[in-house]
Design a protein around this ligand. Sequence first.
Ligand code: NAP
Length: 247
Amino acid sequence: MMSLEGKVAIVTGASRGIGKGIAIQLAKAGACVVINYRSNDEEAEKTYQEIKKIGAYALKIKGDVSDYEFSKQMIKTTVDKLGKVDILINNAGISKIGLFMDATPAEWNNILDVNLKGTINCSHSVVRQMIKQKSGSIINISSMWGAVGASCEVIYSASKGAINSFTKALAKELAPSNIRVNAIAPGVIDTEMNGWLSSDERKSLIDEIPMMKFGEVSDVGMLVTFLASENSKYITGQVITIDGGML
Ligand code: NAP
Protein backbone atom coordinates (compact mmCIF):
# COMPACT_ATOMS: atom_id res chain seq x y z
CA MET A 1 0.00 0.00 0.00
CA MET A 2 1.28 3.47 -0.90
CA SER A 3 1.04 5.55 2.25
CA LEU A 4 -0.29 9.10 2.25
CA GLU A 5 -0.45 9.17 6.04
CA GLY A 6 -0.51 12.78 7.29
CA LYS A 7 -1.03 14.26 3.80
CA VAL A 8 -3.80 16.74 2.99
CA ALA A 9 -5.52 16.33 -0.37
CA ILE A 10 -8.17 18.41 -2.14
CA VAL A 11 -10.26 16.61 -4.76
CA THR A 12 -12.47 18.82 -6.93
CA GLY A 13 -15.73 17.32 -8.16
CA ALA A 14 -15.70 14.61 -5.51
CA SER A 15 -19.43 14.21 -4.86
CA ARG A 16 -19.75 11.50 -7.52
CA GLY A 17 -17.99 9.51 -10.21
CA ILE A 18 -14.23 9.56 -10.67
CA GLY A 19 -13.69 12.30 -8.06
CA LYS A 20 -15.47 10.21 -5.45
CA GLY A 21 -13.38 7.16 -6.43
CA ILE A 22 -10.21 9.25 -6.09
CA ALA A 23 -11.26 10.68 -2.71
CA ILE A 24 -11.91 7.19 -1.35
CA GLN A 25 -8.60 5.75 -2.57
CA LEU A 26 -6.68 8.71 -1.11
CA ALA A 27 -8.51 8.24 2.21
CA LYS A 28 -7.67 4.52 2.19
CA ALA A 29 -4.01 5.49 1.78
CA GLY A 30 -4.29 7.65 4.91
CA ALA A 31 -4.80 11.17 3.51
CA CYS A 32 -7.14 13.81 4.97
CA VAL A 33 -9.47 14.58 2.09
CA VAL A 34 -11.27 17.78 1.14
CA ILE A 35 -14.36 16.94 -0.92
CA ASN A 36 -15.19 19.77 -3.29
CA TYR A 37 -18.39 19.71 -5.34
CA ARG A 38 -20.72 22.21 -6.97
CA SER A 39 -24.33 21.28 -6.24
CA ASN A 40 -25.12 17.73 -5.15
CA ASP A 41 -25.23 17.91 -1.32
CA GLU A 42 -26.72 14.45 -0.96
CA GLU A 43 -24.00 12.71 -2.98
CA ALA A 44 -21.25 14.77 -1.33
CA GLU A 45 -22.55 13.64 2.06
CA LYS A 46 -22.35 10.00 0.88
CA THR A 47 -18.70 10.50 -0.13
CA TYR A 48 -18.08 12.13 3.27
CA GLN A 49 -19.70 9.24 5.16
CA GLU A 50 -17.75 6.61 3.17
CA ILE A 51 -14.49 8.34 4.03
CA LYS A 52 -15.43 8.57 7.70
CA LYS A 53 -16.19 4.83 7.63
CA ILE A 54 -12.65 4.21 6.36
CA GLY A 55 -11.49 6.10 9.45
CA ALA A 56 -9.98 9.05 7.61
CA TYR A 57 -10.61 12.79 8.07
CA ALA A 58 -12.87 14.49 5.52
CA LEU A 59 -14.11 18.02 4.96
CA LYS A 60 -16.74 19.14 2.44
CA ILE A 61 -16.31 22.45 0.63
CA LYS A 62 -19.11 23.35 -1.75
CA GLY A 63 -18.46 25.73 -4.64
CA ASP A 64 -17.76 26.29 -8.30
CA VAL A 65 -14.11 25.86 -9.37
CA SER A 66 -14.70 28.10 -12.39
CA ASP A 67 -14.93 30.99 -9.90
CA TYR A 68 -11.39 32.14 -9.08
CA GLU A 69 -12.40 33.77 -5.78
CA PHE A 70 -14.04 30.52 -4.66
CA SER A 71 -10.93 28.48 -5.54
CA LYS A 72 -8.76 30.90 -3.53
CA GLN A 73 -11.12 30.66 -0.58
CA MET A 74 -11.17 26.84 -0.77
CA ILE A 75 -7.38 26.69 -0.45
CA LYS A 76 -7.44 29.24 2.40
CA THR A 77 -10.12 27.30 4.30
CA THR A 78 -8.13 24.08 3.88
CA VAL A 79 -4.93 25.69 5.16
CA ASP A 80 -6.80 27.37 8.05
CA LYS A 81 -8.35 24.05 9.11
CA LEU A 82 -5.65 21.51 8.20
CA GLY A 83 -2.47 23.58 8.10
CA LYS A 84 -1.35 22.76 4.53
CA VAL A 85 -2.21 21.29 1.12
CA ASP A 86 0.03 18.47 -0.12
CA ILE A 87 -2.07 17.20 -3.02
CA LEU A 88 -4.49 18.90 -5.42
CA ILE A 89 -6.58 16.78 -7.77
CA ASN A 90 -8.22 18.90 -10.48
CA ASN A 91 -10.99 16.48 -11.39
CA ALA A 92 -14.19 18.60 -11.70
CA GLY A 93 -15.32 18.51 -15.30
CA ILE A 94 -18.34 18.61 -17.57
CA SER A 95 -19.06 17.52 -21.13
CA LYS A 96 -21.78 18.07 -23.68
CA ILE A 97 -22.31 15.72 -26.58
CA GLY A 98 -23.30 17.26 -29.91
CA LEU A 99 -22.08 18.60 -33.22
CA PHE A 100 -19.68 21.54 -33.04
CA MET A 101 -21.94 23.57 -35.32
CA ASP A 102 -24.89 23.08 -32.95
CA ALA A 103 -22.96 24.36 -29.93
CA THR A 104 -23.63 27.84 -28.55
CA PRO A 105 -21.06 30.26 -27.11
CA ALA A 106 -22.68 29.81 -23.67
CA GLU A 107 -22.13 26.04 -23.90
CA TRP A 108 -18.49 26.21 -24.94
CA ASN A 109 -17.71 28.94 -22.42
CA ASN A 110 -19.20 26.74 -19.71
CA ILE A 111 -17.07 23.71 -20.69
CA LEU A 112 -13.88 25.79 -20.93
CA ASP A 113 -14.68 27.64 -17.68
CA VAL A 114 -15.11 24.46 -15.63
CA ASN A 115 -12.62 22.08 -17.25
CA LEU A 116 -9.75 24.38 -18.18
CA LYS A 117 -10.18 27.55 -16.12
CA GLY A 118 -11.25 25.53 -13.06
CA THR A 119 -7.97 23.62 -13.31
CA ILE A 120 -6.01 26.86 -13.75
CA ASN A 121 -7.89 28.61 -10.90
CA CYS A 122 -7.28 25.88 -8.33
CA SER A 123 -3.67 25.36 -9.41
CA HIS A 124 -2.94 29.09 -9.24
CA SER A 125 -4.54 29.30 -5.80
CA VAL A 126 -2.60 26.32 -4.39
CA VAL A 127 0.88 26.92 -5.82
CA ARG A 128 1.73 29.85 -3.51
CA GLN A 129 1.01 27.55 -0.54
CA MET A 130 2.97 24.63 -2.03
CA ILE A 131 5.96 26.89 -2.73
CA LYS A 132 5.89 27.94 0.95
CA GLN A 133 5.83 24.25 1.93
CA LYS A 134 8.58 23.47 -0.64
CA SER A 135 6.60 20.45 -1.82
CA GLY A 136 3.38 19.40 -3.49
CA SER A 137 1.73 17.24 -6.10
CA ILE A 138 -0.91 18.47 -8.57
CA ILE A 139 -2.76 15.91 -10.65
CA ASN A 140 -5.08 17.02 -13.44
CA ILE A 141 -7.79 14.69 -14.74
CA SER A 142 -7.66 15.03 -18.50
CA SER A 143 -9.13 12.57 -21.04
CA MET A 144 -7.84 10.34 -23.81
CA TRP A 145 -9.78 12.70 -26.13
CA GLY A 146 -7.37 15.47 -25.17
CA ALA A 147 -4.68 13.67 -27.16
CA VAL A 148 -6.64 12.41 -30.17
CA GLY A 149 -9.89 14.43 -30.27
CA ALA A 150 -13.46 13.10 -30.29
CA SER A 151 -16.16 13.86 -32.84
CA CYS A 152 -19.20 15.44 -31.10
CA GLU A 153 -17.01 16.40 -28.12
CA VAL A 154 -14.93 19.04 -29.87
CA ILE A 155 -14.81 21.72 -27.17
CA TYR A 156 -14.43 19.07 -24.46
CA SER A 157 -11.46 17.60 -26.39
CA ALA A 158 -9.99 21.09 -26.75
CA SER A 159 -10.33 21.70 -23.00
CA LYS A 160 -8.52 18.44 -22.22
CA GLY A 161 -5.77 19.04 -24.83
CA ALA A 162 -5.16 22.40 -23.15
CA ILE A 163 -4.99 20.68 -19.74
CA ASN A 164 -2.27 18.38 -21.14
CA SER A 165 -0.08 21.27 -22.28
CA PHE A 166 -0.84 23.23 -19.09
CA THR A 167 0.35 20.19 -17.11
CA LYS A 168 3.62 19.87 -19.02
CA ALA A 169 4.41 23.60 -18.91
CA LEU A 170 3.55 24.03 -15.21
CA ALA A 171 5.58 20.93 -14.33
CA LYS A 172 8.69 22.53 -15.86
CA GLU A 173 8.10 25.82 -14.05
CA LEU A 174 7.48 24.20 -10.65
CA ALA A 175 9.98 21.32 -10.67
CA PRO A 176 12.73 23.47 -9.06
CA SER A 177 10.27 24.19 -6.21
CA ASN A 178 9.79 20.45 -5.59
CA ILE A 179 6.20 20.54 -6.86
CA ARG A 180 5.21 17.82 -9.30
CA VAL A 181 2.44 18.25 -11.88
CA ASN A 182 1.01 15.30 -13.80
CA ALA A 183 -2.18 14.45 -15.66
CA ILE A 184 -4.21 11.31 -16.03
CA ALA A 185 -6.06 10.70 -19.30
CA PRO A 186 -8.86 8.19 -18.69
CA GLY A 187 -10.61 6.28 -21.42
CA VAL A 188 -14.22 5.29 -20.76
CA ILE A 189 -14.91 5.09 -17.02
CA ASP A 190 -18.29 3.95 -15.74
CA THR A 191 -19.83 7.16 -14.32
CA GLU A 192 -22.88 9.37 -14.83
CA MET A 193 -20.92 11.31 -17.45
CA ASN A 194 -21.57 8.32 -19.72
CA GLY A 195 -25.14 7.86 -18.48
CA TRP A 196 -26.54 9.14 -21.80
CA LEU A 197 -25.31 6.01 -23.63
CA SER A 198 -28.03 3.53 -24.66
CA SER A 199 -27.32 -0.13 -23.92
CA ASP A 200 -26.54 -0.67 -27.63
CA GLU A 201 -24.13 2.28 -27.59
CA ARG A 202 -22.47 0.89 -24.44
CA LYS A 203 -22.04 -2.49 -26.15
CA SER A 204 -20.49 -1.02 -29.30
CA LEU A 205 -18.15 1.15 -27.20
CA ILE A 206 -17.05 -1.90 -25.22
CA ASP A 207 -16.28 -3.62 -28.55
CA GLU A 208 -13.71 -0.86 -29.20
CA ILE A 209 -11.90 -1.48 -25.88
CA PRO A 210 -9.29 -4.26 -26.04
CA MET A 211 -9.89 -5.07 -22.34
CA MET A 212 -13.61 -5.41 -23.21
CA LYS A 213 -14.95 -3.35 -20.30
CA PHE A 214 -15.27 0.21 -19.01
CA GLY A 215 -12.80 1.33 -16.37
CA GLU A 216 -13.85 1.65 -12.73
CA VAL A 217 -13.47 4.83 -10.70
CA SER A 218 -11.14 2.98 -8.33
CA ASP A 219 -8.77 2.26 -11.27
CA VAL A 220 -8.28 6.01 -11.66
CA GLY A 221 -8.14 6.44 -7.87
CA MET A 222 -5.28 3.95 -7.54
CA LEU A 223 -3.26 5.69 -10.25
CA VAL A 224 -3.86 9.05 -8.57
CA THR A 225 -2.68 7.57 -5.26
CA PHE A 226 0.55 6.42 -6.92
CA LEU A 227 1.12 9.84 -8.54
CA ALA A 228 0.42 11.59 -5.25
CA SER A 229 2.81 9.37 -3.30
CA GLU A 230 6.58 9.27 -2.84
CA ASN A 231 6.65 6.15 -5.05
CA SER A 232 6.41 8.49 -8.06
CA LYS A 233 8.83 11.13 -6.77
CA TYR A 234 10.79 11.39 -10.06
CA ILE A 235 7.69 11.60 -12.30
CA THR A 236 6.53 15.06 -13.41
CA GLY A 237 5.09 16.64 -16.54
CA GLN A 238 3.51 13.38 -17.70
CA VAL A 239 0.07 12.61 -19.12
CA ILE A 240 -0.66 9.00 -18.22
CA THR A 241 -3.38 7.23 -20.18
CA ILE A 242 -5.64 4.70 -18.42
CA ASP A 243 -7.98 3.32 -21.07
CA GLY A 244 -7.93 -0.51 -21.17
CA GLY A 245 -5.85 -0.28 -24.35
CA MET A 246 -8.41 1.76 -26.31
CA LEU A 247 -6.06 4.29 -27.95
P1 NAP B 1 -19.46 13.12 -13.23
O1 NAP B 1 -19.84 11.76 -12.78
O2 NAP B 1 -20.39 13.90 -14.09
O3 NAP B 1 -19.08 13.98 -11.92
C1 NAP B 1 -18.65 15.30 -12.06
C2 NAP B 1 -18.25 15.87 -10.71
O4 NAP B 1 -17.74 17.18 -10.92
C3 NAP B 1 -19.40 15.99 -9.73
O5 NAP B 1 -18.90 15.75 -8.44
C4 NAP B 1 -19.80 17.46 -9.86
O6 NAP B 1 -20.37 18.00 -8.67
C5 NAP B 1 -18.45 18.10 -10.09
N1 NAP B 1 -18.50 19.41 -10.75
C6 NAP B 1 -19.02 19.70 -11.96
N2 NAP B 1 -18.85 21.01 -12.23
C7 NAP B 1 -18.22 21.54 -11.15
C8 NAP B 1 -17.78 22.85 -10.81
N3 NAP B 1 -17.94 23.88 -11.65
N4 NAP B 1 -17.16 23.04 -9.62
C9 NAP B 1 -16.97 22.01 -8.76
N5 NAP B 1 -17.37 20.74 -9.03
C10 NAP B 1 -17.99 20.53 -10.21
O7 NAP B 1 -18.08 13.09 -14.04
P2 NAP B 1 -16.93 11.95 -14.08
O8 NAP B 1 -17.25 11.02 -15.15
O9 NAP B 1 -16.65 11.48 -12.71
O10 NAP B 1 -15.71 12.85 -14.59
C11 NAP B 1 -14.74 13.40 -13.70
C12 NAP B 1 -13.57 13.92 -14.52
O11 NAP B 1 -13.03 12.86 -15.30
C13 NAP B 1 -13.94 15.03 -15.52
O12 NAP B 1 -12.91 15.97 -15.58
C14 NAP B 1 -14.05 14.27 -16.82
O13 NAP B 1 -13.82 15.11 -17.93
C15 NAP B 1 -12.96 13.24 -16.66
N6 NAP B 1 -13.12 12.05 -17.51
C16 NAP B 1 -14.20 11.23 -17.37
C17 NAP B 1 -14.29 10.10 -18.19
C18 NAP B 1 -15.43 9.15 -18.08
O14 NAP B 1 -15.52 8.23 -18.92
N7 NAP B 1 -16.28 9.24 -17.11
C19 NAP B 1 -13.31 9.86 -19.14
C20 NAP B 1 -12.25 10.74 -19.27
C21 NAP B 1 -12.15 11.83 -18.43
P3 NAP B 1 -21.98 18.13 -8.45
O15 NAP B 1 -22.57 16.82 -8.78
O16 NAP B 1 -22.14 18.48 -7.01
O17 NAP B 1 -22.44 19.23 -9.36
